[in-house]
Design a protein. Sequence first.
Length: 229
Amino acid sequence: MATIPVNLQAVLARIENAARVYGRMPGTVGLLAVSKTWPASRVLEAAAAGQRAFGENYVQEGIDKIREVARTDLEWHFIGPLQGNKTRQVAEAFDWVHSVDRLKIAERLSAQRPRTLPPLQACLQVNISGEATKSGVAPQDVSALAREVARLPGIALRGLMAIPAPAADLAGQREPFARLRRLFEQLIREGLALDTLSMGMSGDIEAAVAEGATLVRVGTAIFGERDKS
Ligand SMILES: *Cc1c(COP(=O)(O)O)cnc(C)c1O
């Protein structure tokens, strides 16, 4: 039954190994444990094994879980699609949001962030594979959006996030991550103080680390297969 601690160690070993293989500095790739669909008890098991940052995709589920887990030493990241009518709950309950993809949403999050809390830490989600059905800002619009979001007082813009289309092999996985990294580097050259490249999931951790991920978002490899129903 000790699967979560064992899985966590295996994921940390994958990250560490990839960091070594691809010449990354030790300790520069963080792990976000994606606990969506799993109960608070699983979060507590992972927390007992040392994990501190958790990712949620659905606003109501996330809010309920944050309340039930009731620990002040954990960091909560909202990583799912975000509608305008749900921004207040995210602004009030989460530490981070990875899925900002339009100014309207960012403005609402900024205005609704309680001033008693630090600014909401944010990444812009980029539609890096150009899929019509995927959320995310188009690569050519990232720079303009980033400059506007960076000015909002309730938000601290930290970087970029993407979920590329699935690829068959390591080279195919690395290619969209490399494009996201080049966009990230371009924004830094333009003067934005960014430090977070949120990319890589259970199936493509190594490709993401190879291309400069600073935060991988891993669910299945830690908690097991999710119930699809
Ligand atoms: C579910 C999800 C993940 C984790 O995916 P796994 O394949 O289970 O590791 C990461 N990022 C986002 C945005 C997700 O929705």
